[in-house]
Design a protein around this ligand. Structure first.
Ligand SMILES: NC(=O)c1ccc[n+]([C@@H]2O[C@H](COP(=O)([O-])OP(=O)(O)OC[C@H]3O[C@@H](n4cnc5c(N)ncnc54)[C@H](O)[C@@H]3O)[C@@H](O)[C@H]2O)c1
Length: 349
């Protein structure tokens, strides 16, 4: 299956297949024909996986970065950039990000900035990576002040979503990835009852297709792309609070699942949607096996504080919410109301 991301001269294909990774050499030969060196950016544990047999068709070097979210720091960005310079990668060469969203975000940011931008191929190996992070060109790292605060738009020349890499993904990561899948399903108006008729791979293709369609319309998030942040205002706040304590506490997709349950509650409290939307969301999240309640150790006050500093908030509380005109970005949501809905949500079983 091939999903094109049509962006004029920055267009590329997302290949979704059981052995998509074997396309790497032909992709580089076609899209970066002058490349002589490929820097394969990954983590140590991923480089030891049975599927890590990638062949770029040119000289290749494996550069390992810290595991998971720890890869997304300015320090690892600096180390990686120095390594690229030591390898004397030129403007014609290519960086290949192989891993979950953390690795592809870092590899993408390095590709966006090294020599002011070189070619990038993404080989996402986690569900979040395949349905979301590796597509659309958003790259970046975290700051202490929050996630993804430094970054750049840099489209890859191709994305290889290899289904067989997902087989080694820990169950927790698979579930976390389903958080982003649930987001797409809910944005598309899907119900829980319809999920049983859709295969896991088809859910991935559906999510990639939605993202590709939105990115095509709004590459740099001036408007419609912000819809992909559905559930993310609360999710980013949860992640920020968790990250300050322990990078393992909460996965991005786990936080998204909670944010997706909160969004219709807030929308209903604002009179924007019928309360049946809460049921639709809860049922979809439940049927995908997702935990969608706020853990007790996330006080409302810390979450509100973190949400006010979300980079998309423009200094007020901003959410993507359903409404009569469909999903849209809603700015300036009343803080006291958000507080009350959060408190009520915290008390739900
Ligand atoms: N750029 C974007 O548009 C975008 C979109 C969504 C999420 N993100 C970012 O993506 C990150 C989350 O991505 P994630 O959920 O993939 O987490 P992750 O990259 O931290 O990976 C989670 C864990 O799974 C492991 N893993 C990945 N693939 C594996 C495999 N095939 N087999 C075994 N282990 C595997 C990783 O090594 C890591 O330990 C966050 O930083 C988030 O901000 C970016």
């Amino acid at each position: 299956m091939i999903v094109p991301v049509e962006l004029a001269e920055r267009s590329y294909d997302v290949v979704l297949a059981e052995d998509a990774r074997s396309d790497l050499a032909s992709l580089i030969a076609t899209r970066a024909p002058k490349a002589k060196v490929a820097a394969l950016v990954t983590s140590k544990s991923l480089s030891e996986q049975p599927w890590f047999d990638l062949r770029s068709g040119i000289d290749q070097y494996i550069l390992t970065v810290p595991e998971g979210e720890l890869a997304k720091t300015l320090a690892s960005f600096e180390t990686l950039s120095e390594q690229l310079a030591e390898l004397q990668l030129s403007r014609d060469d290519v960086i290949v990000g192989i891993g979950g969203g953390a690795v592809t975000d870092l590899a993408g940011f390095a590709a966006a900035t090294y020599l002011r931008g070189i070619a990038l191929v993404q080989v996402p190996t986690s569900l979040v990576g395949q349905v979301d992070a590796a597509i659309g060109g958003k790259t970046g790292v975290n700051l202490r002040a929050g996630k993804n605060l430094v970054g750049s738009f840099h489209q890859p020349i191709g994305v290889l979503c290899d289904f067989s890499t997902l087989l080694t993904m820990p169950e927790r990561e698979r579930l976390a990835g389903l958080g982003e899948v649930a987001k797409c399903w809910l944005l598309e108006g899907g119900f829980a009852a319809e999920l049983s008729a859709v295969s896991f791979h088809d859910l991935i293709v559906l999510s990639v297709s939605l993202k590709a369609a939105i990115v095509r319309e709004d590459e740099r998030e001036g408007g419609r792309r912000a819809l992909l942040n559905y559930g993310h205002t609360l999710a980013h706040a949860l992640e920020k609070v968790a990250l300050a304590r322990d990078s393992e506490e909460l996965r991005h997709g786990e936080a998204v699942a909670i944010g997706l349950a909160f969004a219709p509650r807030l929308a209903a409290a604002l009179g924007r949607v019928d309360p049946s939307e809460i049921v639709r969301h809860d049922e979809v999240l439940l049927s995908l096996g997702l935990q969608s309640r706020i853990p007790v150790n996330f006080p409302t006050s810390s979450l509100l504080e973190a949400m006010s500093h979300d980079k998309k908030a423009h200094h007020d509380l901003t959410f993507v919410l359903g409404g009569a005109a469909g999903f849209e970005t809603v700015r300036g949501v009343d803080r006291a109301l958000v507080h009350d809905v959060l408190e009520r949500f915290q008390g739900e079983p």
